[in-house]
Design a binder for this molecule. Structure first.
Ligand code: NAP
Length: 240
């Protein structure tokens, strides 16, 4: 395979944390990765680090809240590489860890939905025509157990209510889009990474980025016989 024929992945929010590790692991298996970063300087820093490690990567300046930045980055990727095989919707924010449902802040909800839900939706809508044109695609929505309705109604706590709602909506996106993708070899799934040591998860989190990214990589590289429209943690189906 020539470099231009290598599969191409776009990972949002890949300048640090889970997204950076996903970019690294996809690079390790020969996939060319567009490293999404809303901030150019932070993105360049990550790209240089991954290049030093020997991976085939490029910068994609993508703020998932900006349709303009999404369209420009995808147009550039298609022009250069002609394909997008994998989208990992990883970019996310958590603004209300100390709130609960009784103190839910509507402005925080709007901001969180804008990034965690509408941002992912914008990305799916932008890459889908390119995947459909080639009849192949793997989309992974990086969700959370905190988005599970079963978990939330079964004693899962009520902190971070806007974050929970955004990830529930993201899981809805996975379920609904999986139904329109039934006919080709295009799959969309949600992944729960568990509680991971990143800037968002904090240093007391129970999992390393290596553990937290395993299921994401598995879903990003599923064979044709793999699942579509599911929610997974540790490669096992989760209740919605
Ligand atoms: P993180 O270290 O805070 O990284 C978040 C990434 O998202 C950063 O690259 C950030 O960019 C980017 N981002 C935020 N808003 C963006 C926007 N509008 N456009 C583009 N990029 C944006 O968090 P993480 O722990 O790696 O989380 C990654 C994903 O995993 C998130 O979706 C999160 O909800 C999910 N998750 C994490 C945990 C956990 O325990 N860590 C658990 C469950 C799910 P900047 O550097 O510019 O801010």
């Amino acid at each position: 395979m020539t470099a231009a024929q290598n599969p191409v992945a776009l990972v949002t929010g890949a300048n640090k944390g889970i997204g950076l590790e996903v970019a690294r692991k996809l690079g390790e298996i020969g996939i060319h990765v567009a490293v999404g970063s809303r901030d150019r300087a932070r993105g360049i820093h990550a790209v240089e680090q991954l290049k030093r490690e020997g991976h085939s990567v490029e910068l994609a300046v993508v703020d998932v809240n900006s349709q303009e930045s999404i369209d420009a980055a995808i147009a550039a990727l298609i022009k250069q590489r002609g394909r997008i095989d994998i989208l990992v919707n990883n970019a996310g924010i958590l603004l209300d860890w100390d709130d609960d449902a009784s103190t839910l802040n509507l402005e925080k909800l709007r901001q969180t939905m804008e990034t965690n839900f509408y941002g992912a939706l914008r990305m799916v809508r932008a890459v889908l025509p390119h995947m459909q044109a080639r009849g192949y695609g793997r989309i992974v929505n990086v969700s959370s157990t905190m988005g599970s309705l079963s978990y939330n109604s079964g004693g899962g706590g009520s902190s971070a209510p806007t974050y929970r709602l955004s990830k529930t909506a993201l899981n809805g996106l996975t379920a609904i889009y999986s139904q329109v993708l039934r006919n080709g070899d295009i799959k969309i799934n949600s992944a729960s990474p568990g509680w991971v040591r990143t800037d968002m998860g904090g240093k007391n989190a129970t999992r390393s980025v290596d553990e937290g990214t395993d299921t994401i990589i598995w879903l990003a590289t599923l064979p044709k016989s793999g699942p579509n429209g599911g929610f997974f943690k540790d490669r096992k189906p989760q209740d919605w």
